[in-house]
Design a protein around this ligand. Structure first.
Ligand code: 5PA
Length: 351
């Protein structure tokens, strides 16, 4: 089977935009050319984001099965559950989302603004659960699925981040194919791809998608670098490896993946999932103040910190051309308004 054999229900505007970030590149020494591919503005549904891209494949399956309610899980400020709820509304389906206490964050508005506010506006059936951060399968999610059945509905099960699902990697395998087309249009080649990784299927899908490329036809080797923002590294690496392998098989990659195709870097995850540190804030400020490109303190601020750190350390060598995959997430920013540098005055970390 190939990627094109999998039914896809279109939810995006089309290919997500790509563009250079010349002032950010300049601020980091001007020797590495940085571009962004913008999943944060990929769709008109609920502000878009990486999950809408993944859901193109999952909802095609849900509709084919005749399901009437999407059931998923995330934290209180989950971007994923906001996007699942938006997609359900767009399709005229019901939606139940379990929202756990993944982050112990002291903002008094944490559980009313941002993603959860948007999910409530869309009329989502939100089930709050106090359990802490875990990307695995949870009993509360199984209970939500059962409750839909008991009420006479037909649920479609979407795990955290739409990742640990047979079709979870397809959206970002398609991202890799789309990027190669955009490279041809712009006559450029990206030797580094930077992506935030937590539940793993954005990163894993790309690995599988790029594994379809004929390496000998590329001008230079391509490295896909996942920047961990889970702070539970072993679980994320395990999940990325598993989903990349399954997805590669599913789309017809005719060889096992090599170890060097699966790279997760650490050091940018901050003190815990959902908690920024000084490098996260500095990264958010730098992209915002050089390019007007906004990022959040849970995911993209951390992958951006990774990009900045690897350019400064020389791990991404002068002469490289980098594609920063912006996966969305800005809707969480109001929930962090009490943090110095993210709303409250002070906390400026100048580059
Ligand atoms: C998320 C995830 P993966 O989960 O595919 O690894 O992507 C990480 C990621 N950037 C990166 C943004 C903006 C994200 O929202 N978010 C989760 C959520 O519940 O929102 C799945 C964790």
């Amino acid at each position: 089977m190939t990627l094109a054999d999998h039914p896809r229900h279109p939810l995006l505007f089309g290919p997500s935009p790509v563009h250079p970030l010349p002032r950010l590149s300049e601020a980091l020494g001007g020797e590495v050319e940085i571009w962004a591919k913008r999943e944060d503005c990929n769709s008109g549904i609920a502000f878009g984001g990486n999950k809408v891209r993944k859901l193109e494949y999952l909802v095609a399956d849900a509709l084919a099965q005749g399901c009437d309610t999407l059931v998923s899980i995330g934290g209180i400020q989950s971007n994923h559950t906001r996007q699942v709820t938006g997609v359900a509304r767009h399709l005229g389906l019901g939606c139940v989302t379990v929202q756990e206490g993944w982050v112990d964050w002291p903002d008094m508005n944490y559980d009313t603004v941002g993603n959860i506010q948007l999910t409530r506006i869309m009329g989502g059936d939100i089930r709050i659960d106090p359990a802490g951060f875990d990307i695995g399968i949870r009993d509360s999610w199984k209970a939500a699925l059962t409750s839909v059945e008991e009420a006479g509905g037909t649920p479609y099960a979407i795990p955290a981040g739409a990742s640990d699902h047979p079709l979870g990697g397809l959206g970002f395998a398609n991202w890799a194919v789309e990027l190669a087309e955009q490279e041809a249009q712009h006559e450029v080649f990206f030797d580094h791809i930077i992506v935030c990784t937590v539940t793993g299927s954005s990163h894993a899908g790309m690995i599988a998608g790029f594994a379809l490329e004929d390496v000998d036809s590329l001008p230079r080797p391509r490295r896909v670098i996942g920047v961990d923002a889970s702070a539970t590294l072993d679980k994320t690496v395990d999940q990325v490896t598993r989903i990349a392998t399954q997805t590669a098989e599913r789309i017809g990659v005719a060889r096992p993946l090599r170890d060097d195709e699966i790279t997760v870097v650490v050091g940018y995850e901050g003190p815990a999932y959902g908690v920024p540190d000084a490098q996260t804030i500095e990264a958010i400020h730098l992209a915002a103040r050089t390019e007007g490109m906004l990022t959040d303190p849970v995911y993209e601020g951390k992958s951006l910190a990774g990009l900045i750190g690897m350019i400064r350390s020389g791990e991404i060598a002068p002469g490289s051309r980098v594609m920063y995959c912006h996966l969305g997430g800005q809707a969480a920013l109001p929930a962090y308004a009490g943090a110095p540098g993210l709303g409250r005055l002070g906390g400026d970390v100048e580059a």
